[in-house]
Design a protein around this ligand. Structure first.
Ligand code: ADP
Length: 444
């Protein structure tokens, strides 16, 4: 059976895919993060540093001036609106710019200034008098490579003699062309092709090698091996840098294989907590009933903005249509949209153009919309074994203790799902109060 529902833009599509849960695509998430990012992400933790030579002095900088950069590079940094190095940059930049160059493995969540740091390192190491590739940066996708390239272009705006080129599929270079650009950014497959098959890049002349988004990279079939083949052909004096937003064992193992004698920098993520969230649940008979409860809540309290999570695309669509028919301004964010479309929906929501955002699991992470006052689990997050998905619950509802404001969370629960909710309550050791949707006065 297929259903026909209008999309938010009025168009119609009915696919069996509507029934699918949205799967998390690491590269797409990373790109989305970049597209919607407006400022640095803060962390109250200290940067952990592991030096390859613990006896050598450890430098950190509080200003960009201390780095003795080329004048035009410093101008580029200020033109981007950077006043001072981010937490991770304070430690990473002196290491990256040291003489002789040092290798580095750096891990911190997205938005903490890693890209800006290695772009700065690449730009500062280019010899503008030499017209051949000197810096090579590997990225997991075409789009992510372009994003990094944009940062090179912005930061290097005043470095007029430095140029970037993309080694990505679709960028056809005629036979016999001499590549004169100093910075190459590309995906492993195409870079490999350009280096070994087409001989467009001479790897023995590369001074800085960057492997960005290592966690996304190892998630893609073949990329680890291709990256290692490239790395093996680099000269021993080439500086090697690896960045990752997360650091599971698999990333670490890969990092150690590909980066010899590294310094290691880590910045722990701000933990999410439920302690500053008041959580409620409403017992419901069925989907219609859940919707009614939602309307009551919506009518009963003054809401700034709300995010409503559904388990499936189909439910999310259904709810969107219901709410629109009742005259609410809502938008739907789901996995079938392109990353650009998602970014623009999130942006509109942030700008307050819509009050309600309905979404599936894809978007549970990474959206940080400060003005959201309530989060609704229209469906509880469960995993394939139909057990509660605690991590997703925390990501949907939790906030960081230090930077987050107080929030309200509502769970719409069918009676048979009540045990799941109780498990969640026990797991987090936090209370979720029952609410009579007819009586909003209960909300403190
Ligand atoms: P990451 O690579 O860790 O995701 P980025 O380098 O992309 O982080 O930086 C995240 C955001 O913060 C970007 O918008 C970037 O322009 C900005 N940014 C980076 N470094 C600084 C800084 N020192 N001061 C202010 N903003 C910065």
């Amino acid at each position: 059976k297929t259903t026909t529902v209008p999309n938010v833009d009025g168009s119609i599509n009915n696919t069996e895919e509507d029934d699918e849960d949205d799967v998390v695509d690491l590269a797409a998430n990373s790109l989305l993060n970049k597209l919607i990012r407006q400022s640095l992400v803060e962390s109250s933790h200290r940067v952990e540093v592991l030096q390859k030579d613990p006896s050598s002095p450890l430098y950190s900088v509080k200003t960009f001036e201390e780095l003795r950069l080329k004048e035009e590079l410093l101008k580029g940094i200020y033109a981007m609106g950077f006043n001072r190095p981010s937490k991770i940059q304070e430690m990473a930049l002196p290491m990256m710019l040291a003489h002789p160059p040092q290798n580095l493995i750096a891990q911190s969540q997205s938005g903490t200034g890693k890209t800006a740091a290695f772009v700065l390192a690449m730009l500062s190491r280019v010899n503008t008098l030499e017209l051949f590739p000197q810096c090579l940066c590997l990225a997991p996708t075409y789009e992510l490579a372009l994003q990094t390239g944009r940062v090179v272009e912005r930061m290097g705006k005043f470095c007029v003699d430095v140029q970037v080129m993309y080694a990505i599929r679709g960028n056809h270079i005629p036979r016999g062309t001499d590549v004169t650009k100093q910075i190459i950014i590309g995906t492993p497959g195409t870079v490999l092709d350009w280096c070994f098959k087409r001989k467009l890049i001479d790897l023995t002349k590369i001074r800085v090698f960057v492997l960005d988004e290592a966690d996304v990279m190892i998630d893609t079939q073949g990329f680890s091996d291709q990256s290692i083949r490239i790395q093996r052909a680099l000269p021993s004096e080439c500086q090697m840098l690896l960045f990752s937003a997360t650091f599971e064992d698999s990333v670490w193992q890969f990092a150690e294989r590909i980066i010899p004698d590294p310094n290691v920098i880590k910045l722990r993520k701000e933990e999410l907590t439920l302690s500053n969230i008041r959580q409620y649940y409403v017992l419901c008979e069925n989907r219609k009933d859940k919707y009614q409860a939602l309307c009551n809540i919506y009518g009963g309290i003054t809401i700034g903005q709300a995010i409503i999570f559904c388990q499936t695309r189909r439910n999310a669509k259904w709810l969107t249509v219901e709410m629109m028919q009742d005259g609410h301004q809502v938008s739907l964010l789901s996995g079938e949209l392109t990353v650009d479309q998602r970014a623009s929906i999130i942006q509109r929501f942030r700008d307050g153009k819509e009050k309600v955002l309905i979404t599936t699991n894809v978007c549970a992470r990474g959206i940080d919309v400060k003005q959201v006052t309530i989060v609704v689990n229209f469906d509880l997050p469960v995993n394939q074994a139909e057990e509660p998905d605690y991590e997703t619950y925390l990501h949907r509802i939790g906030r960081t203790g230090r930077f987050g404001k107080k929030g309200l969370a509502f769970n719409m629960i069918e009676v048979d799902k009540l045990p799941l909710l109780m498990k969640i309550q026990d797991h987090f050791n936090s209370s979720i109060k029952q609410l009579d949707p007819e009586d909003m006065d209960e909300i403190e």
